[in-house]
Design a protein around this ligand. Sequence first.
Ligand SMILES: [Zn+2]
Length: 266
Amino acid sequence: MSATGSLPSEPERLDVIAVAPHPDDVEILCGGTLAKLVLLGYQVGIFDLTNGEPTPRGSVEKRLAEAEQARRILGVQVRKNIDLPNRVLMDCPENRFRLATEFRRYRPGIILVAYGRTPAASPDHYQGQLIAEAARFYSQLTRWDDRFGHTAPYRIPHLVYVPFPFDAENRHWHSQFVIDITDTIEQKLAAIRVYESQFDASRFQRVEHMIRSVNGYHGARCGFHYGELFALPAPVGATDLVQLVHGSKGSLAPVQLPGKDHLPTG
Ligand SMILES: [Zn+2]
């Protein structure tokens, strides 16, 4: 187990852990939301399943240093590398045990899991989703502590998906939501930019264009400049419709369509 960014004052448990196969996945998928969670006072972790290497211009040391720099930019308290193999990442019991052991150590309230099949990109992405889903289930199992370094069973209350923007599937989610990242989009882009081993200047330009487009689109759907999309494996349950729709901070934003002023009003 190697650890990037394990601080001396590392928190005992984490409110939110984001899980994805490669250092830079989480930044691209939900870096704005992670930075925002930290600003709101939550304890946040990133678990990279692999070190992401080899890549054409990277090295293990360089990639770990980039991941640590990105962690600092986002303000995230903990970043762990689970040290599973890149490029040949597969969902299997041993890999589930490794991740579940870390879940049992950090006992998160929510895990954010990179979601979807990406046939034009690494097959690790889909396998990572399967490992994380299974590890969440394994985390709660009793009478199996020897498989998890003798950590105590822990049930993770919530699983939230973070879909890859280039996912192949036509998804019909039970429920989706968008987090406003207007105030953290630049932090997100700065955290991605540190991955010089992955993005030279022209490649970063393309990635930035993709991120501003995707996050601009999802944000616009909810009246924000920029937003990140999340999905749930089940419908949202609520007992108070008004509280759900307005939100505790008054923030299910009304949709602001461009040119709305020119639309006929009732
Ligand atoms: Zn990736």
